[in-house]
Design a protein around this ligand. Structure first.
Ligand SMILES: *Cc1c(COP(=O)(O)O)cnc(C)c1O
Length: 387
């Protein structure tokens, strides 16, 4: 069986949808998620027999229906690197980073968009549109080019220049918007019907989440099918965090891991922290952040449809949320370079800055296993590091 994909289900009201029809949100306005025939898969799949050196080794738990449907540039199976020098500086005996900067297009957005574009192509889409704070646009433009799909990317006009150039070089139509990613999203929503675009906005399309969940499968596999004590994730729209949380449940249902879960931590910038604020207020949903501002482009997301799912994962995991200033996240990105030779994106610096705060608060203990997510390369943010 190439894929055990079974149905689309609403994350809020559980209404079910045909898995082989194009879909965006549920009628009720909440994200749809892909569900699999887990019982059947648990009986037949063997985790020792996974094949391939990209995220497509988990194809049985992914929505694409056949080998021919895969649009790939070798995304996934990124290194899980130990950080002994940094760990010693912080007093931690077991610190690692999942280094997503080595993905095609330089960030973990490749995972989600490889999946979404593969699936869109499989279902006959010829034009896609996406609002992006940067890396999602680059990944969309690349995978769309490989699939022969026309891409329309809407980005804030002040995103780092590399993102704009990358999209243009990959043949996408780029529209720069005087506003934030949320304003770009409104434009895509307003223009898509008349232009025949299929919308790929975060969690308004169900398969980017399936690509991102492979972070969780890989992390478990690379650790011998165990999970760490703490995961720190730089949170924008939250697909990686929600995706990992989903992957853990799927793997437990498959009998691949046990019931232990990491404490999930959302790290956001002080200038845009809607999820961290909602978490500490005890809210079930997050109010949009006004005047969102941070150099960490991927974190400049004032709100989104995944808020309830993010907050659920943080609470169910007994995790937390923490904010860091732009100064702290850039300083910690430089430290990753000095201590471990990794030129991480500002978002990657943010998780290290967040970890430092949680150690100071006694929330992370010296002997705990901690995994940081470096979600992309520093190379696209030269302006931020030049100051
Ligand atoms: C998009 C992005 C994020 C945030 O990811 P979400 O899944 O939207 O929360 C973090 N870091 C980088 C580099 C990004 O491009």
């Amino acid at each position: 069986m190439f894929s055990y994909y079974d149905r689309l289900e609403c994350s809020a009201c559980s209404k079910q949808y045909d898995p082989h029809q194009l879909a965006n949100l549920c009628e009720c306005g909440s994200p749809l998620v892909a569900r699999y025939r887990l019982d059947e898969a648990a009986r037949t799949l063997n985790k020792e027999e996974l094949k391939g050196d990209s995220l497509w080794r988990y194809h049985a738990m992914l929505p694409v229906q056949s080998e021919e449907g895969i649009v790939t540039m070798g995304e996934g199976m990124t290194p899980l690197l130990k950080l002994p020098r940094l760990g010693a500086q912080l007093g931690l005996s077991n610190l690692s980073v999942k280094d997503e900067s080595v993905n095609p297009t330089g960030s973990f957005k490749a995972r989600g968009l490889a999946m979404a574009i593969s699936r869109a192509a499989e279902l006959g889409v010829t034009k896609v549109a996406i609002p992006s704070a940067g890396n999602a646009g680059g990944a969309t433009s690349a995978y769309a080019a490989r699939a022969g799909i026309e891409a329309f990317v809407f980005m804030p006009k002040d995103v780092p220049k590399a993102f704009i150039i990358e999209c243009e070089v990959n043949g996408a139509h780029v529209q720069l918007v005087d506003g934030l990613i949320s304003d770009c999203g409104k434009l895509v929503g307003a223009l898509k019907a008349e232009n025949g675009w299929f919308e790929l906005s975060t969690l308004k399309e169900p398969y980017r989440l399936e690509g991102k969940k492979t972070l969780g499968y890989e992390l478990a596999e690379q650790r011998g099918w165990t999970l760490p004590d703490v995961i720190l994730y730089p949170t924008g729209g939250g697909t990686g965090l929600i995706g990992m949380w989903k992957a853990f449940d799927e793997m437990e249902a498959l009998g691949w891991i046990g019931s232990k879960r990491p404490r999930m931590v959302s790290v956001q910038a002080e200038g845009c922290a809607p999820m961290v604020r909602a978490f500490h207020r005890g809210d079930a949903k997050a109010e949009p952040w006004v005047n969102a501002s941070t150099v960490a482009a991927g974190l400049r997301v004032p709100g989104g449809v995944g808020d309830a799912m993010i907050l659920t994962a943080l609470r169910d995991s007994e995790g937390t949320g923490v904010t860091v200033s732009d100064e702290e996240l850039l300083e910690n990105a430089r430290l990753m370079g000095r201590a471990e030779g990794l030129f991480v994106c500002p978002e990657g610096g943010a998780v290290l800055a967040g970890l430092r705060k949680l150690i100071d608060q006694g929330w992370v203990q010296p002997d705990e296993e901690v995994v940081l997510f470096n979600t992309g390369s520093g190379l696209k943010y030269l302006d931020a590091f030049s100051n």
